[in-house]
Design a protein around this ligand. Structure first.
Ligand code: SAM
Length: 291
C-alpha cells in the first residue's frame, strides 16, 4: 500500500515551523497563472484548500473566520448597503455577507478565476447560495486595479486575501489601502485578513500603522481559528468612526435580531464585543503602531 502523501503548510518556514496534513485524496491540483492551488481531503478537517503552501479554508473550521470577518463589520456599521470583498474566491465570505437581507449588493473581486471555478464544484455550500443571489456580483480582477478605478462606493470592504506574498502582496500596501479609502462611503469600515500575531507580529503593527495614516481609527480584533495555527488570528480594522468598535453588546444584539437572527457557530453578540479585548502581547503590537 503506497504511503499516504502529507502536505505541509510552509508559510512559517522562516520561523522553523510546519504543520502538515495527511492527504486522504487530492481533489484538485493546479499551478494557475497566479499561484499553486491544491484542494485535498483530510480525515479530520474535511476539504482543505491551500494556495502557495498556505492554508486558506477547511470544511471543519471555515465558519470561525467567515463569520468573524463579516458579521463584526456589518453589525458594527449598522446600515450597510454595499459590500466589497477583495479575494474571497471560495465564496465563504460572500455566503455570510448575503445573510444580511438589508444589503443591496456584494461585489467580489478575485484575481484567480480557477479558485472561483473549482469552488463551484468543491465548495457548493458556499457557492450555490451565493451565485443564486441576484445581489452578488463576481469580478475577476486584481483587487488593487479594481479599487483604483471603480466608481462604486462601499460601506464595508472585506479584504479576504492570501498572505503578503505573490499576488496577495499588493493587498497589504499603502497604495491599496489609500485606494480602498477612496472607494469607501464616509463612516465605512474596512477589515482585513491580518495574520497570526505570534508568528507575524510586524505584519500586524505595520498594517495598523498604514491604517492610521488614512483613517481615524486603526486596530484589530481576534478569533481563534484552529487551522490558522498560532492561537489568535488578527483581523485588521480601519474606519473613521471611532465609536464602532466600542458599541455595547445590547446594540449589536438588537441589530442582529433585526437582521433576522440567522444561525451562527462562532459569532455572537458577546463574542463580537469580546473579540476587541486583545491579549496584552497583541495590544502591545497595536500600541506600537503609529501613523
Ligand atoms: N481565508 C483565507 C485566508 O485567511 O488566508 C483567504 C481565502 S481566499 C481563497 C484568498 C483569495 O485571495 C485567493 O482566492 C487568491 O486568489 C485571492 N487573491 C490574492 N491576491 C489577490 C489580488 N491581488 N486581488 C484579488 N484577489 C487576490
Amino acid at each position: 500500500m503506497a504511503e499516504k502523501r502529507w502536505i505541509a503548510e510552509t508559510l512559517f518556514d522562516p520561523e522553523g515551523f510546519r504543520m502538515t496534513f495527511k492527504v486522504e485524496k487530492v481533489l484538485y491540483e493546479l499551478q494557475t497563472e497566479h499561484q499553486h492551488l491544491v484542494l485535498f481531503q483530510n480525515k479530520f478537517f474535511g476539504k482543505v484548500l491551500m494556495l502557495d503552501g498556505c492554508t486558506q479554508v477547511t470544511t471543519k473550521d471555515e465558519f470561525v473566520y467567515h463569520e468573524m470577518m463579516t458579521h463584526v463589520p456589518i453589525l458594527a456599521h449598522g446600515n450597510v448597503r454595499e459590500v466589497l470583498i477583495i479575494g474571497g474566491g471560495d465564496c465563504g465570505i460572500a455566503e455570510e455577507v448575503l445573510k444580511h437581507k438589508s444589503i443591496k449588493r456584494v461585489t467580489q473581486v478575485e484575481i484567480d478565476a480557477s479558485v472561483v471555478e473549482f469552488s463551484k464544484e468543491h465548495f457548493p455550500e458556499f457557492t450555490k447560495p451565493v451565485f443564486k443571489d441576484k445581489r452578488f456580483e463576481s469580478v475577476i480582477d486584481d483587487g488593487m486595479k479594481y479599487v483604483a478605478k471603480t466608481d462604486r462606493r462601499f460601506d464595508v470592504i472585506i479584504v479576504d486575501s492570501t498572505d503578503p506574498m505573490g499576488p496577495g502582496k499588493i493587498l497589504f500596501s499603502d497604495k491599496f489601502y489609500a485606494a480602498c479609502k477612496r472607494c469607501m462611503v464616509k463612516g465605512g469600515v474596512m477589515v482585513t485578513q491580518n495574520g497570526v500575531p505570534i508568528y507575524q507580529p510586524e505584519e500586524l503593527t505595520k498594517g495598523i500603522s498604514k491604517f492610521l495614516r488614512l483613517w481615524a481609527d486603526g486596530c484589530c480584533y481576534v478569533a481563534a481559528i484552529p487551522t490558522y495555527v498560532g492561537g489568535h488570528m488578527a483581523m485588521g480594522w480601519a474606519t473613521d468612526n471611532k465609536k464602532l468598535r466600542h458599541l455595547p453588546e445590547k446594540t449589536i444584539a438588537a441589530r442582529y435580531a433585526k437582521a433576522g437572527g440567522f444561525s451562527t457557530k462562532y459569532w455572537s453578540p458577546a463574542m463580537h464585543r469580546a473579540a476587541f479585548a486583545l491579549p496584552r502581547f497583541i495590544q502591545e503590537l497595536v500600541d506600537k503602531a503609529e501613523a
